[in-house]
Design a protein around this ligand. Structure first.
Ligand code: HEM
Length: 428
């Protein structure tokens, strides 16, 4: 059977950072794909061909089958051909993973490493840090109110709060947060000219790898020092858990250790910032919704879940087939590469009534922004809790909020969301 080949404009859009900076035309392409070619091969000049997976059900099926759809074989985030070749040349065993974290691991390592911190991120343990998070939320709200009626909510509020929370839990002191924020934005959004170090668009794989190399070396140096400290002076933080972790009675190797710090330090804030800013944008656009949720006793759960679906901060992850598999009526061959497009799955009209409407009252919100299966987001409960606490602390303190300028999205294929959200507000 011949493989279905996606139209050139769809294939081009899903690999283009600029397309993710301007969602409406991208959504048109993804809607077309869901209806006409839900599993189609994207062929582009610079990338190896890959299957674009756009339907919710197919992404679920692939995610629940890590034995056959692996993370460790090819890049887990879309990488062009030159970038992958350079990364392979630059890594031990030519595996191409500049970082080896939970995301790049498969069985049996994956579960062993995940279990080292999993209980930390469970709702029961998070209760212990709830008060601390509330304190950070209150400081964040005070900082916003001090801005005197206008602010860039994405930059001044949403970017800082989840960073403070994850750094606090990890054990990084506040004075090192600006460095962590810059490194994360470079790691996740290096294609955006406003966010990368040189302030110019990255145009070649060499430039991208050089930038990532620099960022990774900086992270590694930082966390090496933190490890030494926590081995000598254990504390009640995740750095202590990671620094002293053993697998099969042995300390974890340096590469995996720095990968662990990096994934916890980075996965937890730009993502949560994006969904927090997205929630605020919808409240600023809809006074009735704002009025409803600013009431102190309103239940925020539906708002949070819908904001996460609506924003889908992690826009894709890649998988690689370990054997031939039939899925969604197509035959995926061993070695094929697949893009799980969560942006598309979270607008799947087969799962969500009126998927392009922001509706906090969805009965059972089956959003898939946290992924699914063995790799499902380790920080999902923390992300929801952070957003809830910020909304609980912020909304009752505001009398009104409205847009004060054009919002702008990050130009990145991987982690997306608002980089600018100018708002005007009145304190209550
Ligand atoms: C994995 C999304 C917040 C830590 C993931 C995955 C997604 C995701 C899509 C991959 C799932 C899969 O492959 O099936 C998000 C979103 C967030 C968020 C949308 C915020 C709204 C956080 C937070 C943390 C975190 C706060 C805190 C540490 C991780 C880690 C993994 C992960 C460690 C790797 C898990 C593994 O491979 O086993 N996340 N995440 N994330 N996330 Fe999150």
């Amino acid at each position: 059977m011949t493989k279905p080949i996606l139209p050139g404009e769809v294939a081009a859009a899903v690999v283009d950072p600029v397309a993710y900076g301007n969602w409406d035309p991208l959504h048109e392409q993804l809607t077309w794909a869901r209806a006409n070619m839900p599993l189609g091969v994207a062929e582009n000049h610079d990338h190896d061909p890959f299957w674009l997976v756009t339907r919710h059900a197919d992404i679920m099926a692939i995610s629940r089958d890590p034995q056959r759809f692996a993370n460790g074989i090819r890049p887990t985030v879309l990488t062009n051909r030159d970038g992958e070749a350079l990364a392979r040349a630059a890594t031990p065993n030519n595996d191409g993973h500049l970082i080896r974290s939970l995301v790049q691991m498969d069985a049996p390592d994956h579960m062993k490493y995940r279990l080292l911190t999993q209980s930390w991120f469970m709702p029961k343990n998070l209760k212990i840090v709830e008060e601390r998070i509330r304190q950070i939320a209150r400081e964040t709200v005070d900082h916003m109110l001090e801005q005197g009626g206008t602010c860039d909510f994405a930059r001044d509020v949403a970017a800082h709060y989840p960073l403070r929370v994850i750094m606090d839990i990890l054990g990084v002191p506040p004075e090192d947060e600006p460095r962590m924020l810059m490194l994360t934005q470079q790691l996740f959004g290096p294609t955006d000219p406003e966010l990368n170090r040189s302030r110019e668009a990255i145009t070649s794989a060499e430039q991208a790898i050089a930038m990532l190399d620099y960022v990774i070396a900086d992270f590694t140096q930082y966390f090496g020092a933190l490890t030494a400290d926590r081995r000598a002076n254990p504390r009640e933080d995740i750095a202590t858990v990671i620094a002293n972790a053993t697998i099969n009675g042995e300390q974890i190797p340096d590469r995996e250790m720095s990968g662990y710090y990096m994934i916890v330090a980075t996965a937890g804030h730009d993502t949560t910032s994006a969904s927090t800013a997205g929630a605020m944008m919808e409240l600023a656009k809809n006074p009735a919704l704002f009025e409803r949720f600013r009431s102190a006793d309103s239940d925020k759960a539906g708002l949070i879940e819908e904001a996460i679906r609506w924003t889908t901060p992690v826009q894709h992850f890649m998988r690689s087939a370990k054997e031939d598999v039939e899925i969604g009526g197509q035959t995926i061959r061993e070695g094929d590469w697949l893009m799980l497009n969560y942006v598309s799955a979270n607008r799947d009209e087969g799962v969500f009534g009126e998927p392009f409407a922001f509706n906090p009252d969805r009965e059972k919100n089956q959003q898939i922004a946290f992924g699914f299966g063995a790799h499902v987001c380790l920080g999902q409960h923390l992300a929801r809790m952070e957003m809830r606490i910020l909304m609980e602390e912020l909304l009752p303190k505001l009398k009104s909020v409205e847009l004060a300028g054009e919002p702008a999205r990050v130009e990145s294929v991987f982690v997306g969301g608002l980089k600018r959200l100018p708002v005007r507000f009145e304190a209550a």
